[in-house]
Design a protein around this ligand. Structure first.
Ligand SMILES: NC(=O)c1ccc[n+]([C@@H]2O[C@H](COP(=O)([O-])OP(=O)(O)OC[C@H]3O[C@@H](n4cnc5c(N)ncnc54)[C@H](OP(=O)(O)O)[C@@H]3O)[C@@H](O)[C@H]2O)c1
Length: 292
């Protein structure tokens, strides 16, 4: 089978599509034929930075595919599933034709979307859901999401709206404002200087943006980027965790029409270097998908 691996850290040229042995589905794991995955910043960072498991390293966190062998799990061959695998910690990369993952990481794929679209949900969706669980936006709260046009930010805006909070967004360019408003954000700006000072009950910072002036006294501040936290009392980072049950909740929200998935581009697996280059340039509205 094919897998996208690296033998050294570096630019997109470090990515190699090669033949590797098929995984063996150990007890408790489910063997999935990959249909699509999506690119997340952690993928290029693991490629470029001195992090991750030993070489040769198969990359990839997101998975959307078809169950091939289900073992004693509740799944059946032919089921459409999605999963997030914490590749950098476990070494179980999803950018391969076949992936064997513990059953608890999997969830039924949304029925209402293609697996190509579904591949954009796992990492970004779990990150948004878990960070918002710490922020606990409530009806009437004002929440600011930075990087609101991004993979995580775009889902966070939609999820936070369900709580009844008023959600505003900070984006990188005025061109992204209409998209984020269409996701349910009230006020969307592209310059932190345009934000009202001291009004937000909470900030979800996905972009490492300097927005602490906008937080109300005692407001909650949760960040996910690599940037240092601002000097805000109680400011915290959230780190995404594998969770098939939470992923199933997210898939149900896609099926009920409450969560819209956004694909900017898809690329076949042999064009993975190009896909990385495109993703790292930024400026996208929606995610970059790899198809197998
Ligand atoms: N801690 C965790 O568990 C965890 C999990 C997931 C992601 N992350 C991190 O969180 C960050 C966001 O991830 P993602 O998947 O959402 O990335 P993404 O899809 O690339 O989205 C980032 C968004 O932020 C925008 N942006 C960048 N700088 C900005 C600024 N100063 N003001 C406003 N918007 C800005 C980008 O716009 P342009 O494209 O136009 O620049 C893009 O729309 C990354 O650093 C990622 O590594 C951490």
């Amino acid at each position: 089978m094919r897998a996208i691996q690296i033998d050294r850290h570096g630019g997109p040229e470090a990515l190699t599509l090669r033949e590797v042995p098929e995984p063996v589905a150990a007890p408790g794991t489910v063997l999935v034929r990959t249909v699509a995955s999506s690119l997340n910043p952690v993928d290029w960072k693991t490629r470029a930075w001195d992090i991750g498991p030993a070489f040769p390293m198969t990359l990839g966190w997101d998975l959307a595919g078809i169950v091939i062998s289900a073992g004693t799990s509740g799944y059946r061959p032919g089921d459409r599933v999605i999963a997030m695998s914490a590749q950098v910690a476990t070494g179980l990369g999803t950018w391969a034709d076949l992936v064997a993952l513990p059953e608890g990481l999997l969830a039924p794929a949304p029925a209402a979307t293609s697996l190509t679209e579904a591949a954009t949900l796992p990492l970004a969706g779990l990150t948004a859901l878990q960070a918002l669980a710490r922020i606990r936006p409530a009806r009437g709260d004002r929440l600011l999401v930075t990087g609101a046009a991004g993979g995580v930010g775009g889902l966070a805006v939609q999820l936070a709206r369900r709580s009844g909070a008023v959600v505003d967004g900070l984006v990188s360019t005025a061109a992204h404002v209409p998209e984020v408003r269409s996701l349910g954000a009230e006020t969307v700006v592209h310059d932190p200087g345009m934000l009202e000072s001291g009004v937000y009950h909470a900030v979800f910072d996905t972009a490492g943006a300097a927005v602490e002036h906008a937080l109300a006294p005692g407001g909650r501040y949760v960040a996910i980027s690599d940037d240092p936290l601002p000097d805000v009392p109680g400011a915290a980072k959230s780190y995404v965790q594998e969770d098939g049950r939470a992923l199933a909740e997210l898939a149900a929200l896609v099926d009920s029409g409450e969560l819209r998935l956004r694909v900017a581009e898809h690329h076949p697996v042999h064009a993975v270097r190009h896909a990385h280059e495109r993703f790292e340039r930024g400026g996208l509205l929606g995610k970059v998908v790899l198809t197998f």
